[in-house]
Design a binder for this molecule. Structure first.
Ligand code: PLP
Length: 350
């Protein structure tokens, strides 16, 4: 950051390029295009898909609201598939029945650090000639069959403060397609190919060199961050397994989980309701969170929206009422994790 400040040029410049190149080589992408946040990454990616009114983008109802807001900003109609309780991501069987002849984009969200079931999802996309846009905001470096999140189509990432890699605010778009990458680079900078040569109507979606300088060392150190998160998740899993009413998250076959969140489900078998559980944990000093308390279809802003297609998502509805995310971050000590386990155990076996 001092290097950037001393250079006298703090906006998008050589440090952003360094972050992009490091991101591409860390995870195996041909192109990485840095932008100012994970939401504009989604908006820009959808824009280069050239969607028309009435076109449908099929996604998960169990995600952060940015996924849906970006679809609506693109002018397309949002449609939904249900999720599975095993990975919290869209269920290929439900996707298959939600595809219509207006569906253009399949937008899986890789929630909590684990990728959606991309094998069957990619087959469906191929069969129905759909673009794949992976909302990988929570899953930097997660893999499926060795392919990193963002590598099945166009990927988008967030560097928001809470994400596994952060620049305060920031985002990245990944693609192996040269034409799309070129269009995205022009689009993020007011549609300018070079100064005052406007090629398309664009945006200011630029990341700054100051932010990039924050991100680069985190990327260099990222594999040890993921290693620590995996160890923490394993210790939590061992401690919590078998407790009544507690279902621990699993890393599924073919996938590598980067444990952005460690999310348990508190089922009806637990002797305590979720709200009280979270409040009592807070009293013992354990900061648990609920991501997310309701599906997006369960908010009036979207229930009555003309471009949000309502559909029954019973698994997502139930899961949204059950999830609790426990701390899994890299500052935890083994003793901290034992305190978390003991606190949870005391609440569900009381
Ligand atoms: C954080 C997040 C976003 C948005 O990223 P911002 O950088 O906050 O704009 C989009 N989708 C998901 C799933 C997220 O978790």
């Amino acid at each position: 950051m001092l290097e950037v400040l001393r250079s006298g040029s703090v906006a998008q410049g050589p440090m952003v390029k360094r972050l992009e190149d490091a991101f591409s080589s860390a995870f195996g992408f041909r192109h990485s295009i840095a932008v100012n946040n994970g939401t504009t990454a989604l908006v820009a990616a959808l824009e280069v898909f050239d969607l028309r009114p009435g076109d449908e983008v099929l996604t998960s109802p169990f995600t952060f609201v940015a996924t849906l807001n970006a679809i609506l900003e693109s002018g397309a109609t949002a449609t939904f598939a249900d999720i599975t309780e095993d990975d919290f991501n869209i269920d290929p069987a439900s996707v298959a029945s939600a595809i219509t002849d207006r569906t253009r984009v399949l937008l899986p969200v890789h929630l909590y650090g684990q990728m959606a079931d991309m094998g069957p999802l990619a087959e469906l996309a191929q069969k129905h000639d759909l673009r794949i846009l992976e909302d990988s905001a929570q899953s930097h470096g997660a893999t499926y069959d060795g392919i990193a999140a963002g590598g099945f189509g166009v990927g988008t990432f967030s560097f928001y403060a809470t994400k596994n890699i952060t620049t305060g605010e920031g985002g990245m778009i990944t693609t192996d397609d040269d034409t799309l990458a070129d269009r995205l680079r022009v689009l993020r900078n007011q549609g300018m190919r070079e100064r005052y040569v406007y090629e398309v109507a664009g945006h200011n979606y630029r990341l700054t060199d100051l932010q990039a300088a924050l991100g680069i060392p985190q990327l260099e150190n990222y594999s040890s961050v993921v290693e620590r998160r995996k160890l923490n998740a394993a210790r939590l899993t061992t401690g919590l397994k078998g407790l009544p009413g507690v279902v621990v998250p699993r890393e599924l076959p073919r996938r590598s989980h980067v444990w952005h969140q460690f999310t348990i489900r508190l089922t009806d078998d637990a002797p305590i309701g979720r709200d009280e559980f979270v409040a009592r944990l807070a009293e013992t000093g354990v900061g648990a969170g609920v991501y997310y308390p309701r599906t997006l279809l369960d908010y009036s802003a979207y229930r009555d929206h003309p471009r949000v297609r309502q559909s029954a998502v019973p698994v997502a509805d139930r899961v949204a009422s059950e999830v609790v995310s426990l701390p899994v971050h890299t500052s935890l000590t083994d003793d901290d994790i034992d305190v978390i386990v003991e606190s949870v155990a005391a609440l569900v076996t009381a």
